[in-house]
Design a protein around this ligand. Structure first.
Ligand SMILES: O=P(O)(O)OC[C@H]1O[C@](O)(CO)[C@@H](O)[C@@H]1O
Length: 398
């Protein structure tokens, strides 16, 4: 056995049949990642209620801040990206996701730091909360009750939103995100209202239902997305800043749950460089040389191909602030689909639904979240246990 493979099991080729066998799915998902992911809508409702009890209104006592820093790593760090995109380009103050321990050198009494950690003990969130307190910045903390982060918040007399820890951080995105948004709302920086939260939760519930383990692959959007990606190198591009956050989120879950390498980003940026991938070894060159009669089960990896997942926003809300006209984003999204088609690169499109930015984001995150888990399960990988992360922590002594 190669050193470090202990605890890793699975098979290189995806077994499609597993996905339509609910019992096999349950056996291969002992930690219940599918179940935890299906709780996304409930997480929105629960965190909204918890935030309502946390007296966030004190944040507004000192007026509008100079800047807001969202401090955390991994999924906790993603909440900062969500806030930045929901706040939009017209947000009157900078919203900065900060992923290092501590806070940027310029943070001081005029600023707000929102420290986020699913475990309540990441060095990044703790370091930021302590630094914010030392420098006299306004602090808000989000994490489990009775955690180290909770203690720092108490010492700093800062509002704390006690988000229960029931699952790995990546299955807790919504529970962590809602308090961050509501803290920003208390500061007057985002417009998220109760109806937006309720509709987002309902959207997450509906997508969880469509993606449930008992829904077969041909009617289950998450299973079909997973099967399409099996064996390929996924490229996930978002058509708008909001869709790009969803694309990066899919990169997180494809890597951690399914352990697939993935290229993610915003289509605007990709169009000036990375779109060249479509011409390359795994793109047009692979497609041109592919033997269409070859048995896909005999694949030895040489035929590895790209698969493009395009997350299209569609900017359904006319009141949305945007730097770029919707028509530009739409033309770019149409263009990349044409490019992929011309080269024979397969492309899946997920189109946002819903009115508010938050609901649209949810509609681009929910099905891909499930797809990443189904892809893990199709390879016989436990989507919850990631030995490499544990080993990395041990070796790096974190
Ligand atoms: O949210 P936490 O507990 O601060 O952890 C940060 C990140 O570290 C991990 O736990 C990995 O160590 C991720 O799953 C998580 O997103």
């Amino acid at each position: 056995m190669i050193d470090g493979t202990a605890g890793v099991s699975g098979h290189r080729n995806a077994d499609e049949r597993l996905l339509d066998d609910p019992q096999a799915l349950a056996e291969r998902d002992p930690g219940g990642m599918l179940r935890h992911t299906a709780s996304a809508g409930a997480q929105v409702r629960e965190s909204a209620a918890l935030a309502a009890e946390a007296n966030l209104s004190v944040l507004a006592d000192d007026g509008r801040p100079r800047a807001v820093v969202i401090a955390g790593i991994g999924t906790a760090g993603r909440t900062g990206d969500v806030l930045a995109t929901v706040a939009g380009p017209r947000c009157p103050v900078p919203v900065i996701a900060h992923r290092l321990a501590g806070v940027p050198g310029w943070v001081g009494a005029a600023d707000v730091v929102i420290a986020v950690s699913a475990s309540g003990r990441s060095p990044e969130a703790l370091g930021a909360a302590e630094a914010a307190h030392r420098r006299g910045a306004r602090l808000v903390a989000v994490g489990p009750a009775d955690s180290q982060l909770h203690s720092v918040a108490e010492r700093a007399r800062a509002p704390f939103i006690p988000v229960p820890r029931r699952a790995p951080a990546r299955a807790s995105l919504w529970g962590l995100t809602v308090p961050v948004l509501l803290a920003a709302r208390a500061l007057g920086l985002v417009k998220v209202n109760e109806a937006d939260l309720a509709e987002t939760a309902a959207r997450l519930d509906a997508d969880a239902d469509r993606s449930r383990p008992t829904a077969e692959s041909f009617v289950n959007p998450a299973k079909s997305l997973a099967l399409g990606l099996a064996g390929s190198i996924p490229i996930v591009w978002g058509s708008s800043p909001l869709a790009a956050v969803a694309a990066r989120r899919f990169g997180d879950t494809l890597s951690a749950n399914a352990r697939y390498p993935v290229v993610t980003g915003a289509l605007g940026e990709a169009g000036r460089g990375r779109v060249g991938l479509l011409d390359g070894v795994f793109g047009g060159l692979a497609e041109g040389e592919r033997d269409i009669f070859a048995d896909p089960d005999e694949s030895d990896g040489e035929g590895t191909r790209l698969r493009l997942v395009l997350l299209r926003d569609g900017g359904l809300n006319a009141e949305d602030d945007a730097d770029e006209p919707l028509a530009v984003e739409e033309r770019r999204a149409d263009a990349v689909q044409t490019l992929a088609e011309r080269r024979g690169v397969r492309c899946d499109v997920v189109t946002a639904e819903g009115g508010s930015a938050l609901e649209r984001l949810a509609s681009l995150v929910a099905v891909p979240d499930f797809a990443s888990i189904y892809l893990a399960l199709a390879h016989g990988l436990d989507p919850m246990a990631v030995p490499a992360i544990t080993e990395m922590k041990e070796l790096a002594n974190q």
